[in-house]
Write a protein that binds this ligand. Structure first.
Ligand SMILES: [Zn+2]
Length: 225
């Protein structure tokens, strides 16, 4: 009996100690806003975190892939293979800018799921675009679990827009696909739009090649990656 009681008290103290150690180390290590991380996720924010241009959940915690990197992005068979090189190049621009692999791109012509929350991150070429969104060049949808993105899909509007590769040079009648994908990959990573002339500016004119991340975009990205 005495031993049992002793163990009970001791384990409580031990758990409290572990909690305090975790709390203090995590408070010191987080960037731009204080939070308590556990299992790779932010569980509590002490005061809302700065958004850093990321979406935030109802507790004010930034939503991103956290430590679940790289994001494996599949090119669906609907995407013309002529664009593979530019899609991979767009991922490499994010990776090079951060000095680590954030996004890994592969083509998978055997993949048959549609745009759904299946844990597979896929780029689709959509020829049956909803008329109410006809001015959107692309849409990125994400699903989240607490503060972590668990699924992301990019749909490219191939009904209302024509596209060109970067090697094909600019044309006022087509959208530069590498610039568009670079922007959508920013949304995949969890970034919102930025004002200015970086890659996360909301509007991409036809013919414009826009492949330079702004210093603001890079520094805000560092809040999470
Ligand atoms: Zn956008």
């Amino acid at each position: 009996m005495r031993l049992e009681k002793y163990i009970k008290i001791d384990s409580r103290k031990y758990l409290l100690l572990v909690f305090l150690v975790l709390l203090s180390t995590e408070l010191l290590s987080c960037k731009k806003g204080q939070s308590f991380k556990f299992g790779g996720q932010d569980l509590f924010a002490f005061g809302a975190q700065d958004s850093c241009h990321f979406n935030r959940n109802s507790m004010g915690i930034r939503i991103s892939w956290k430590a679940s990197l790289p994001v494996n992005l599949l090119i669906h068979k609907s995407v013309p293979a002529i664009y593979d090189k530019d899609i991979i190049a767009a991922a490499n621009l994010w990776n090079t800018a951060k000095g680590k692999t954030l996004i890994n791109v592969t083509r998978d012509d055997t993949f048959t799921n549609g745009v759904t929350n299946d844990g597979h991150n896929v780029i689709f070429w959509s020829t049956d675009w909803d008329a109410s969104n006809s001015k959107e060049q692309a849409l990125t949808s994400t699903n989240t679990d607490l503060s972590r993105i668990t699924d992301a899909d990019i749909r490219i509007n191939a009904k209302n827009f024509g596209y060109s590769t970067t090697a094909q040079s600019t044309s006022s009648s087509t959208v530069n696909l590498e610039s568009l994908i670079l922007h959508e990959m920013g949304h995949v990573l969890g970034l919102q739009h930025f004002d200015g002339d970086g890659v996360m500016s909301a509007y991409l004119p036809n013919g414009k090649i826009r492949l330079n991340l702004s210093s603001d975009e890079l520094s805000e990205l560092s809040c999470e990656y």
